[in-house]
Unconditional design. Structure first.
Lengths: 105, 638
């Protein structure tokens, strides 16, 4: 399906996704969007793993496995994060990240 | 060889009594504490008498010489193979004699206190502390080594402090106890340095080794010198400083008159008969070494002689009955020191040593008696001031006769005990140094004068207005008085020169009438003058005082020694030493500490803003850092 697509293209795609995720993480104030940005970052990494594995070492499967692990961990992380967000919402009726500064000095 | 190991119990019984009464005394009626304390001391007393009998008359002598016997010894602290500190019981003539003195006086004082302290608050505390003191004093006299002596030396200091401050709600008593403790502690600093010097250069603490003629201190004295004096002289003078502090020698005497704030039985036991002679005992204990350093011995003699004269003059002007007795004690201890100072070693040269110990022994009886009588008088009239007393001979017949016996003994009228011992001291001084002899001769007259001044003012003259008719003390108080009065009369006949001498051999002495007769005469003159001036109330003392105006005032104010001390401490030490040190402490030491904390505080105040609690701010910093690092790795890393 991707025969003939150079590695660089994949890398450009994943880099764009990564920085979009970083940008979202730094700029958006809503915790849910921040969580989504984190997912973007993780997925960009997944693309890297898969692309490197497929193109550079077609005989090995470690990159694929890692990607599967990352998807599993991301799912677990998302569930925990959403649980935390729900608790925060119950507490202060808000999910704006700037309001969450009780732990400063 | 006779087994003397039981002697440890003489020392231990008072300790056990102290612990028992101290911990559980308040569980029972107060009288129980008194009975336990007194009966414990009674056992110690009987054991001491038995020990003395066995030592002096049965087993102590081998080849005409009294042996030094270590009755009991245990290793307490092993420092190195050679240097170790033992605790034990050393028996030789002076320690056995001191055992008798301490247990006798202590037992009498215990018995007396049962009556005197009756219904006082803290009765059990009083008895437990008396036992503690007795334990400490006995441990001191039987010490086998100088370090054990130092330990118990401090312990008697502490118990003296506790007993002077017995009425701890009274400000003067608290001040007096602190003064006593600080002054003696200051003197003990010299003692400690002396001990360290002596043991460093001889390598031993043990008294038998130190004082043996073939020992390291005498046979091979260390050749080190400091400021032109041998190190042995230094250590002996410093050790004497400790002795002078405890024995209230000039100029470390200022605590003793104030120590009279304590209960009177305490004054009798600690500040008249036992603890204050510890200094004399210390010098006697190390006497073989003192003989080899004449300079130290001269210091002992002159300090003793000066103190005896100085204290006798002050005693003539004081009104507080206990203070008169306190100055009299200083004066008599000065006598003992002088006698040691003019003594030599062995044979007739050693007369002073024997006289000093003899006087220590007799003095313990009559001075304890005087204090106990004073206690009975104070008990009867509720005042310390002699001019609030008068005509008491009708009311207190037993106290009157025992007081008179003690006065005659201290004045040196034969056949009372003081005559014999004082006479020997005068003979020793006479043979050694005329100036010292004349000083002591004057002191003998002054002693007779101030004692009879006290006697006449208290017991003769007119009645004063009393709160209630003075009454004789109860039997439990008068029995010790009578016993000690018998001691004051008869102890002079003990053939002391056969028992306690510098070389522990028999010394044959005869009364030297050329010294004895003038000393009796001057004592009688002193008594006569006192009779004329104080037998009836006259204007004579006042006129006398006016004639000697400046001198009288100076003597009445104790020659301003307290003021000099205050001047030195307040004006010089506080202003020029303590204050700069306090300034240094407050500004430099505290300042640097405060400075460090101030700088830390300020710095953290500045940077704490970085921890804003804004998640995205942290993330931004983190990402920027990561990017910068990545750029560095890519473009600058070669």
């Amino acid at each position: 399906m991707f025969e003939g697509v150079p590695l660089t293209w994949f890398l450009i795609l994943s880099t764009i996704m990564f920085f979009v995720g970083i940008y979202g993480f730094l700029i958006r104030k809503n915790l849910i969007t921040i969580l989504m940005s984190i997912e973007l970052i993780l997925n960009s990494v997944c693309i890297n793993f898969v692309a490197f594995n497929k193109i550079l070492y077609p005989d090995h499967m470690e990159g694929m496995f890692f990607t599967v692990f990352i998807i599993a961990v991301a799912a677990a992380e998302a569930s925990v994060a959403i649980a935390i967000i729900i608790n925060i919402y119950r507490r202060i009726v808000n999910i704006d990240v700037e309001k969450m500064n009780e732990m400063k000095y | 060889m006779f087994d003397f190991s039981y002697t440890i119990w003489i020392v231990l019984i008072p300790l056990i009594v102290f612990i028992v009464v101290g911990f559980w005394g308040n569980k029972f009626k107060p009288l129980v504490s008194g009975i336990v304390g007194t009966s414990g001391l009674f056992v110690s007393w009987i054991l001491s008498i038995f020990t003395a009998y066995e030592y002096f008359f049965v087993v102590g002598k081998t080849d005409e010489v009294y042996q030094q016997i270590t009755g009991y010894n245990t290793l307490w602290l092993q420092l190195t193979d050679k240097l170790h500190i033992d605790l034990g019981v050393l028996l030789d003539p002076i320690s056995v004699m001191m055992l008798i003195v301490v247990t006798t006086v202590s037992f009498m004082v215990h018995l007396y206190s049962v009556g005197y302290m009756k219904d006082e608050k803290g009765f059990e505390r009083f008895f437990s502390l008396l036992s503690l003191f007795t334990f400490a004093m006995l441990g001191l006299v039987v010490a086998t080594n100088i370090f054990q002596m130092y330990i118990f030396w401090e312990l008697v200091g502490v118990s003296s402090y506790l007993l002077i401050g017995f009425y701890y709600t009274k400000d003067t008593a608290v001040a007096a106890s602190k003064k006593a403790f600080i002054v003696t502690r200051f003197a003990d600093l010299g003692f400690l340095i002396g001990i360290l010097l002596l043991s460093y250069f001889t390598g031993t603490f043990d008294f038998i080794t130190l004082t043996s003629p073939t020992g390291p201190a005498i046979a091979t004295p260390p050749a080190v010198t400091f400021l032109g004096l041998s190190v042995l002289t230094w250590s002996m003078v410093l050790i004497f400083m400790g002795g002078a502090g405890k024995s209230a020698m000039f100029p470390l005497h200022i605590w003793l008159p104030d120590a009279m704030e304590g209960p009177t039985p305490v004054s009798a036991l600690i500040h008249a008969a036992t603890m204050v002679v510890a200094g004399v005992y210390l010098v006697a204990r190390l006497f073989p070494i003192y003989v080899t350093v004449p300079l130290a011995l001269h210091v002992v003699a002159w300090v003793g002689a000066f103190t005896s004269l100085f204290a006798a003059v002050i005693a003539c002007t004081q009104y507080d009955i206990k203070r008169v007795l306190a100055y009299s004690t200083m004066s008599q201890i000065g006598y003992m020191m002088l006698a040691l100072g003019v003594s030599g070693m062995g044979g007739h040269e050693g007369l002073g040593y024997m006289a000093s110990m003899f006087h220590l022994f007799t003095h313990a009886f009559f001075k304890a008696l005087l204090f106990l009588c004073a206690g009975a008088i104070i008990h009867a009239v509720h005042s310390n001031y002699m001019y609030e007393m008068g005509g008491l001979r009708k009311y207190l017949p037993i106290t009157h006769f025992t007081f008179l016996a003690a006065c005659l003994a201290i004045a040196g009228i034969p056949p009372f005990a003081g005559f014999f011992s004082k006479d020997e001291i005068l003979v020793a001084a006479f043979r050694h140094n005329t100036a010292l002899f004349i000083m002591e001769y004057i002191v003998a007259g002054l002693t007779a004068f101030y004692m009879f001044r006290l006697y006449y003012v208290i017991f003769w003259g007119e009645d004063r207005t009393y709160h209630h008719t003075p009454h004789e003390a109860p039997k439990v108080m008068t029995i010790p008085l009578i016993f000690l009065a018998l001691g004051s009369i008869f102890t002079g006949f003990i053939p002391f020169s056969h028992l306690v001498t510098s070389d522990r051999q028999v010394l044959e002495i005869e009364t030297e009438w050329i010294v004895a007769i003038p000393s009796i005469i001057i004592a009688l003159v002193g008594i006569g003058v006192a009779t004329v001036m104080y037998r009836k109330q006259t204007e004579l003392p006042k006129r006398f005082a006016q004639a000697l105006k400046g001198f009288y005032r100076a003597a009445y104010r104790k020659f301003y020694i307290d003021e000099v001390y205050l001047f030195i401490t307040r004006r010089i030490i506080f202003n020029h030493i303590s204050k700069p040190i306090a300034w240094f402490d407050r500004h430099i030491v505290d300042g640097s500490m405060n400075g460090i904390s101030f700088v830390t505080n300020q710095a953290s105040g500045r940077i704490k803003g970085l921890q804003s609690g804004q998640l995205q701010q942290y993330a931004l910093v983190f990402v920027s850092g990561a990017i910068i690092l990545a750029l560095v790795f890519i473009y600058l890393w070669t």
